[in-house]
Write a protein that binds this ligand. Sequence first.
Ligand SMILES: Cc1cc2nc3c(=O)[nH]c(=O)nc-3n(C[C@H](O)[C@H](O)[C@H](O)COP(=O)(O)OP(=O)(O)OC[C@H]3O[C@@H](n4cnc5c(N)ncnc54)[C@H](O)[C@@H]3O)c2cc1C
Length: 507
Amino acid sequence: MPQRNDPYSTAPQDAHERERLENVHPGGWRNPQPAVRYSLAVVGAGTAGLVAAHAAAALGAKVTLIERDLLGGDCLNVGCVPSKTLIRTSHLYADMRNAEQYVAQTPANIRVDFPAVMQRMRGIRARISRADSVRRLIAAGVDVFFGQACFTGTDALTVDGAKLRFKKALIATGARPDTPSIPGLVEAGYLTNENVFDLTELPRRLLVIGGGPLGCELAQAFCRFGAQTIITQNWPLFLPKEERDAAQLLSDAFARDGIEVRLNTRAVNVRVEGGQKLVDLVSDDYKSTVAVDAILTGTGRVPNVEGMNLDAAGVDFDTTTGIRVDDFLQTSNRRIYAAGDACLEHKFTHTADASARIVVQNALFLGRQRLSALTIPWCTYTDPAIAHVGIYVRQARAQDIPVKTFTIPMHDVDRAIADGEEAGFVKIHVRERTDRILGATIVARHAGEMINEITLALVAGIGLRTLARVIHAYPTQAEAIKKAADAYNRTRLTPTIQSMLRRWLAW
Ligand SMILES: Cc1cc2nc3c(=O)[nH]c(=O)nc-3n(C[C@H](O)[C@H](O)[C@H](O)COP(=O)(O)OP(=O)(O)OC[C@H]3O[C@@H](n4cnc5c(N)ncnc54)[C@H](O)[C@@H]3O)c2cc1C
């Protein structure tokens, strides 16, 4: 009988965990008898695999879904769901400490009950796991197999001793944390997203290595829970892909939170002494050593391409970039497609979902849907959050596209002032002398919600002129978008038009 592949889990096996496991990998599970041949065999039951399996089965395909560990993959179990749940609680603690800003009394003794925080997270994760459950898959007519899938040829694979034949297959095996090669790190022990959500005790002193989305989000959350937090980043700014002023605002926010920020800094060695972890840091010529109780790494993700015998399937791959796919998400084997983190540069749940939908259409219905046609927003859920969609100015310049940018600081937006959430801006880039939106960056407490309006505009080809005509409810922080559109409209008032208007009004 297949077992849950998680021997390191130290999370309390409470009622919430029992519910989650019952949903995503029930004890005593028996794999079904395989069908003669499946229309679609899906390997990996994270977001990409689940979306593809449900969509294909709903359209009448005979589908099998193979998962070696937990249905729901990273997002449900060790990614978006637990991290966003903890981030929400950490916001509350930050607000409580900041109560005087709202002339409320700061509670005398703000004590974070970390075990209770984690228990709430487990409860929410268990509840959300119902949507990814084996029960729902069975009800949809999907044959679920637990075990490691391994290809035996171009149209067959094995799992747990059973041979499954397929007309088409989808590889949706996701990614795992990259381990930085720092001498002594493995021996000292460290946390990644795969075990940090199992913690039952808050580390008193925490070092976060890596200033990407994962490192930034969790460093801020743990700091707000009361851990003395240091974050190191071997670049001059956090979130190096984002615009500089956005990343700078994040550094400022970290400093306000009390996070010790070490930019341009590399961790070069780890050792354990007297029960604490000593980490040597190097910044240019300056060397220092920090003593911490736990180390969390967030230094990138590597695709899961090993152990599947992809050579037998005739599927090309690269251990760094993942399964090689064309714009239709087809691999070097015309029967086999890939989706999600296993093959995409943008490793997000919504891209896993969107790419899986492309595969269902292209693999089963002779579709010609292209990955390059997708407009993909993203958001790092720090406080303030940083969201982006479309092109960056540096990319536009590299492509010789003339750009004009309209920026509205959040301190000019009534609702942000009223909310005491003035850090940030909305920046919309258009093609010069037109209202055609090329991209946008939003830094705001609710940037993740606000970016969707710009994404809609990009997808629907709506320009700033139209956005200026959209009535935005007052007062909302999203009014910043309308203000940017109004700023564009003002540029249409050329001196000639202004003088014509003056003459008209005088007459
Ligand atoms: C801490 C953290 C926070 C995140 N927060 C966000 C967020 O806020 N928003 C967002 O959009 N994205 C977020 N992400 C990214 C998001 O979780 C991933 O992009 C998404 O889960 C990818 O889905 P997937 O289906 O491609 O892969 P996965 O979810 O990784 O699923 C792949 C599945 O395949 C299985 N598998 C692998 N190999 C085999 C095999 N040979 N046989 C059988 N099964 C196999 C694995 O066990 C796994 O269950 C976050 C990630 C992390 C780590």
